[in-house]
Structures are given as C-alpha cells and as structure tokens.
Design a protein around this ligand. Structure first.
Ligand code: AMP
Length: 386
C-alpha cells in the first residue's frame, strides 16, 4: 500500500518533505492503486474547482485516484463523494449566470469522461449543499488568523497580477480567498471523511483541517469530527512544461506550458515538442528529478497514465536515443490514452439531462449526510432551541 520502493526516486525539487512530522497523515499510493487501501467501511471526499479547463496535473494528482477508487470499490459502506468546489472557484472572478452553469457542467462531464464512475460514487456540486457554508462559519470562529496567513496557496494567489504587489498582506484580495481553507475543512469534515485524495498543493490545507477538527473536538469535548488522512498519488505534482520549478496550473498565462484534457492531438504534439527538457545527449532517458527535471516529469506522467512504475517505464523507453524521439514517444502515448475520454466528454456534454440527473443524485446523498453532521455540531455547540 505504502510506496516505499520509489520514495527516494520521487523527490522533485520544491516538493514538500513528506517525512516531516508536520505531515503525519499522508499516505502515498502506488502507481497502480491496490484494493486493500479502502477499508470495508469508509468515507472519501475530494473536490475540484470548476474554474477553467482541467489539465493533466488535475487528472494525475486527483482524478486518476478518484477513478481508481471507483474501480476498486466493493461495498456500499465505502462511501465515495466527489464533485465540484464551485464555492471555492468564486474566490477569484468567474463567468456569471448561464456561463458559470455551463462551465460547471462542463467540468462534471470531464470527471465522468475521465473515469469517475457516477454508478460507484456520488458526484455533486458544493453549492447545492448549503451546510458547507454553515459549518465553515462555525469552524472559522476557532481558526487562528495566523494559521491562515501561513498558507502558501493564499500567499501565491493573493500576490496576483491585478494586485501588482509582492506584499500579500497589503493586497486587495478578498476575505473568501483568505478563509478558503476553512471552507475546505468544512467540506471534508462534514462528511466525516477518512481519506482525501488530492495533489501535493493541498497537503498543507489538509493539515490545517486536521488541526481544526482536533481543536473543535477538544473545545466541545466530543469526537464528532473525524480526523482525515491525505491520499497522494506518486504523480502528486505535475510540473509546468516550460518551467520545471513550477506546478502545472490552470491559471498559467502561457498556452504551451499546460497540457489540457481538451487539447487536440496537434496541440499535444506541439506543446511537448516545445517543452523545456535538457541538453544531455550522452545518457539514456532515466528518472532523476534533480538532474533531469523535464525528462523526469514526462516519465512520471507516463507512469501515471499507464499505471506502471518508474522502472517499467524506464525499461519501455530504454532504446530511445534522441530528445525528439523521446518527445514523439511521449506525445503518441498521451494521445493514445486521451482519445477515448476526450470523445466521451463530447458525448456527455450533449446530454445535459443526464448530467443534471447525476448532480441531483449526488446532491441528495451529500445533503443528507451533511445535515446529520451539522445537527450533531449544532447540538454540541448549543444551537438546538426547538
Ligand atoms: P484545483 O484545480 O485547484 O481545484 O485542483 C484540483 C485537484 O488537482 C487538487 O486535488 C489539486 O491538488 C490537484 N492538482 C492541481 N494541480 C496539480 C498538479 N500540477 N499536479 C498534481 N495535482 C494537481
């Protein structure tokens, strides 16, 4: 279950140190998810923001794990809840009205097309379950401002282009962007989630979630809020194609730096051809993030989509000689893999009735569960009057 074999081979520059006691609740899975990771009775929650087209980092850091969990699920008591963090998405400007509705259902279609099976899990939209925001308010009253100020995502997002300042404390960012991790804690805790499969950029927020849950339980002398664990894939951080020090991100302004799940075959070939790698010509293509970050990023991508381990991928590519041969090989593998789900996405998007049914089923399930936890929270806090 725990991936120790590749742990030392999988250390890219700038990744967090998962051995640190600060991150005591992180489980790294193998490239192929083993079915014994899911206890017979458990609850899993993870969301993605419908804030633009999803990219390969979203797939490999989160969606691939959601899809695998759907595949290995055997019992109804293994409650998988996935969906759209649309309340989080609005912490930065989004399209409004019908356009935002379309963007959200688009994202839902991508989730299903890329393997998140609505027959095996509940897929819902966060804004359909109002209990999230109520719990977030209660939790915000026990969360320190100093803890929120430490969050690296807040620092990065608040130093935005618009603010034109490098001092995030003086930025004009919204309160919602600052308190984002409290809402995220409410998302996870309201379902008593045991596992939260996310990419590495969310580990710090999840550590805060654990702290908030422990504080709540201590303060109200109860054990209502379950302390969650983070599930990371070995592809927990996919790098930008133009800068191997930065993660692949939806908000990157350079179109060639990100591989989107909607990219055409031609886009994929072009972006990979132009990707930054290195000029080492006298060695085979091997995984080694500190020496060859660009090459290693692609090897890791391949391992993630083919569900092979690094050694297997290295063996597959051992006869490739030039960088152009390597890039062509990677492009064709990605194209081969992406064609079917990309096609499925187009089918799904032309069936809005089906997508709405999926979201409604998810809402009903999520709402029922959230209401039960919120009732317990209100009881223990002293908000039950009638
Ligand atoms: P977001 O788009 O920020 O809502 O992210 C959705 C999911 O994708 C989260 O679990 C992120 O941690 C994950 N994710 C985002 N970018 C990357 C990346 N470059 N590599 C791996 N996972 C990522």
């Amino acid at each position: 279950m725990l991936n120790t074999k590749f742990i030392n081979k999988n250390v890219f520059k700038n990744t967090i140190n998962l051995q640190s006691p600060r991150f005591k609740s992180v489980i790294t899975t193998d490239y192929k998810l083993s079915s014994d990771i899911l206890p017979k009775e458990t609850s899993v929650l993870s969301l993605v923001q419908p804030s633009g087209t999803m990219h390969l980092g979203n797939y490999l850091g989160a969606l691939s794990c959601w899809a695998d969990l759907c595949k290995i699920k055997q019992y109804d008591t293994q409650d998988l809840i996935f969906g759209l963090a649309d309340l989080h998405a609005i912490t930065v400007p989004q399209p409004q009205g019908e356009l935002f509705v379309k963007q959200r259902f688009d994202t839902l279609a991508y989730l299903i097309a890329f393997g998140v099976d609505p027959e095996k899990c509940n897929l819902y939209m966060q804004s359909d379950v109002r209990e999230h925001t109520e719990l977030a308010w209660y939790l915000s009253t026990i969360t320190n401002i100093s803890s929120l100020s430490r969050m690296t995502q807040w620092k990065a997002k608040s130093v935005s282009e618009n603010n034109k300042t490098t001092n995030y404390q003086n930025s004009s960012s919204s309160l919602g962007l600052f308190s984002y991790p409290v809402l995220q804690a409410a998302d996870v805790l309201i379902f008593k989630s045991e596992f939260v499969p996310v990419g590495e950029d969310q580990v710090q927020h999840l550590e805060l979630t654990r702290e908030i849950a422990e504080k709540f339980n201590n303060q109200f002398n109860c054990d209502i809020l379950k302390i969650p664990k983070v599930l990371l894939t070995p592809t927990k951080k996919i790098y930008n194609l133009k800068n191997c020090e930065k993660k692949m991100s939806k908000s990157d302004p350079r179109p060639n730096a990100v591989l989107y799940l909607s990219d055409s075959n031609e886009d994929i070939r072009k972006k990979i051809r132009k990707a930054t790698t290195d000029s080492i010509t006298d060695k085979a293509f091997r995984f080694g993030p500190s020496e060859r970050p660009g090459i290693s990023n692609f090897i890791n991508i391949l391992a993630g989509i083919e569900r092979k381990n690094i050694l297997e991928v290295e063996d597959d590519i051992k006869d490739l000689r030039s960088h152009s041969e390597f890039k062509q090989y990677i492009s064709e593998k990605i194209i081969n893999w992406i064609e079917e789900p990309r096609e499925k996405y187009h089918e799904l998007i032309s069936d809005p009735k089906y997508l709405r049914e999926v979201a409604l089923k998810g809402k009903i399930h999520a709402e029922k569960k959230a209401q039960e936890t919120l009732r317990q929270v209100r009881d223990v806090m002293g908000f039950t009057n009638f």
